[in-house]
Design a protein around this ligand. Structure first.
Ligand code: MSP
Length: 648
């Protein structure tokens, strides 16, 4: 089965290149699955797509891990990268190229790029004095540290003092600001662009681009004592993989990239440093950088030491690639963080896949076999239900196109599921089992079977970018042969006596309690095998105990947030206007790092209403909004409706 071959032009999409510092987890998988869905969608629409992914193999962190394991860095990365490639193969990720930064094609091109930037006068030698975060491979100045730690990951930083080469990043400050101002689509979501604009406005310092205290990296061509800073090495992958500068055929065809899909914490590198490097090389800039959110566990980051890393391979082996991809794309909103739990995942798989889609396929194929001898009959009647089904069916594709233009994968799938659910409801409305009892209703029964087969055919096309193996299974069962053509999702008249063969259930129903227990047991076994102590039931570290009388003094009220904005004089504070009953008041909270003001408006929140007022940086705060610590971040204490949804 192939996709549409007509070309609407080129489309170049990239994922970040992953650090092979350990096996990839569900968070990395999330990014690659999104990129794969876009690549497949664009190909289906007729674009000539180039989809690049790869691994970022140099740097101090990798060298240190290899040393600990007693192998060479190359031996270490070779093993992990083989695992990365295996994972993408298992998941049938449709990348066109996989670049490793240790490959000769990359190494020589990075050196050529360094030379070009040097010839441009953008590189000079100096002394680096500051701080370095090894896990993030990031340089920080004293003033950028937060509580003496890395502002990105919160981990300790090391003092660095060494002779180094610098890139004149400061020279490009105005052009980068202009880029954000003149081209608001360059960096999405908007909140990330605003953050980056603020960052640039505070002043860009020249960037240290070489290290001389370790050697696992690409040599600086003009000074072999130094290796090139791993981020400069890594960012160039997007053009070295296209052959820049010595083999320009692919480069000329696909550059500039349409989209760099990256996680929110590396937006800074992609939207400031990368454009500046391209400006130095006099090359066009990528059309868009998209910063996606993080998948969190228990409200915090996944980490090996906490034993909460979710292994995609375990989930794929149990539920299949399409169920996992569907969940990742349907559950989370692009750009926002989301919490991963096995329970939410299993419920989605049962409700949306086994119940909705799986049932539709098995009911339809079983009925066509039973009532029509396995051949899709002609449609010769029409009533309001038939018309409604047909009009909904052909209306989904244009909506999906709009959703995909905004990278709103969850919305696209929701729109497709409107049709899946409509088709199931159509069966209940038409009651084919009753029509089958009345020979006079044969034509109506045939129409019903025909329309269901049409609906399934359209669904099989619509889901292709997200669940291509399910597309194939459905098409096999309904006898839809030939290429998958996007335009065919706009038509309701293509089924023509196709041969239907009922197959196995495409998504078997899961026993959620049993699955939860087995996933838990598997996790424990994996942790034991990896020699990681599973931390269980560790008492919380709390403030001193209080009495009931202390507690009883607090007057809790429910308030609605009318507005929220940053405190003009304090980065960490948000100023809220809150309504309780008819009273409106101003309350200030130190949660600017955890919440975006625009996300807070309209939320219902619990307020400590009788707290003594006080002034915070010149503004009065009357009361306190309730937030609680998960251990990693703070969450808002809000009100919950009877159906379990958050009232906001
Ligand atoms: N090597 C750099 C990228 C260089 S690109 C020129 C790097 N690698 S990484 O392996 O640490 O992260 C790669 C990507 O995975 C990042 O975009 C990051 O946001 C993403 N994720 C890692 N953990 C994640 C989650 N828990 N959730 C979602 N994505 C996360 O940074």
């Amino acid at each position: 089965m192939t996709e549409n071959k007509k070309s609407k032009g080129t489309y170049y999409i990239t994922t970040p290149i992953y650090y092979p510092s350990s096996n990839l987890h569900i968070g990395h998988t999330y990014c690659t699955v999104m990129a794969d869905a876009v690549a497949r969608f664009k190909r289906l629409q007729g674009y000539d797509v180039h989809f690049l992914t790869g691994t970022d193999e140099h740097g101090l962190k990798i060298q240190q891990i290899a040393e600990k394991k007693g192998v060479t860095p190359q031996e270490y990365v070779d093993e992990i990268v083989a695992g990365v490639k295996d994972l993408w193969k298992t998941m049938e990720i449709s990348y066109d190229d996989f670049i490793r930064t240790t490959e000769p094609r990359h190494v020589s091109r990075v050196q050529a790029i360094f030379n070009k930037m040097n010839e441009k006068g953008d590189i000079y030698k100096g002394t680096y004095e500051g701080w370095y975060c090894t896990p993030c491979e990031s340089f920080w100045t004293e003033s950028q540290l937060v509580d003496g730690k890395c502002p990105d990951c919160g981990r300790p930083v090391q003092k660095a003092h060494e002779e180094a080469y610098f890139f004149r990043l400061s020279k490009y400050q105005d052009r980068i600001l202009e880029l954000f101002e003149k081209n608001p689509d360059f960096l999405k979501p908007d909140t990330r662009r605003h953050e980056m604009e603020e960052f640039v406005k505070q002043g860009l310092e020249d960037l240290c681009i070489s290290r001389s205290t370790f050697d696992w990296g690409i040599q600086v061509p003009i000074d072999p004592k130094h290796v090139i800073y791993v981020w400069l090495d890594a960012l160039t992958n997007y053009i070295t993989a296209l052959g820049y500068p010595d083999d320009p055929a692919l480069f000329e065809k696909y550059w500039p990239a349409d989209v760099h899909l990256v996680g929110k914490e590396i937006v800074r590198f992609h939207s400031i440093i990368w454009p500046a490097m391209l400006m130095s090389l006099d090359l066009p800039l990528p059309k868009q950088v998209l910063g996606h959110g993080w998948l969190l566990i228990d409200g915090g980051k996944m980490s090996k030491s906490k034993g909460n890393v979710v292994d995609p391979v375990v989930l794929i082996n149990r539920y299949g690639i399409d169920a996992l991809k569907y969940f990742l794309l349907r559950e989370y909103t692009f750009g926002q963080d989301g919490v991963f739990t096995n329970e939410v995942m299993l419920k989605r798989m049962n409700f949306d896949l086994a119940n909705d889609l799986g049932n539709l396929v098995s009911r339809t194929t079983a009925m066509i076999e039973k009532y029509c001898g396995g051949i899709v009959p002609d449609a010769s009647t029409e009533d309001e239900f038939d018309r409604d089904l047909a009009s909904i069916a052909v209306g989904v594709a244009p909506k999906v196109e709009e959703d995909m233009d905004r990278f709103a994968f969850n919305q696209a799938l929701e729109n497709i599921w409107v049709l899946v659910r409509r088709a199931n409801k159509y069966i209940d409305e038409k009651t084919p089992w009753l029509l089958a009892k009345d020979p006079e209703k044969k034509a109506e029964l045939d129409t019903c079977m025909h329309n269901l087969a049409e609906a399934l055919r359209i669904i099989s096309i619509l889901i292709y970018p997200y669940m291509h193996t399910t597309t194939e299974k459905i098409r096999e069962q309904i006898g839809a042969e030939g290429d998958i053509v996007w335009e065919d999702a706009f038509r309701f008249d293509l089924m023509d006596h196709n041969k239907v063969v009922r197959g196995d259930a495409i998504f078997p129903r899961l026993d959620i309690d049993k699955e939860l227990k087995e996933l838990d047991d598997l996790k424990k076994k994996q942790m034991e095998a990896a020699g990681v102590a599973v931390e269980e039931n560790i008492p919380l570290k709390l403030k001193p105990e209080i009495t009931y009388d202390d507690f009883d003094k607090i007057d809790f009220r429910v308030g609605t947030i009318l507005s929220a904005e940053k405190h003009p004089k304090a980065d960490k504070l948000l100023v809220f206007q809150v309504k309780m009953g008819t009273e409106k008041r101003q309350i200030i909270s130190g949660v600017a790092d955890d919440f975006k003001p625009e996300d807070m408006v309209g939320k219902k929140v619990i307020v400590v209403a009788n707290l003594k007022p006080r002034k915070l940086r010149g503004l009065e705060s009357k009361g306190m909004l309730m937030f609680a610590e998960t251990g990693e971040r703070c969450e808002m204490v809000t009100t919950i409706a009877e159906d379990g949804s958050v009232v906001d």
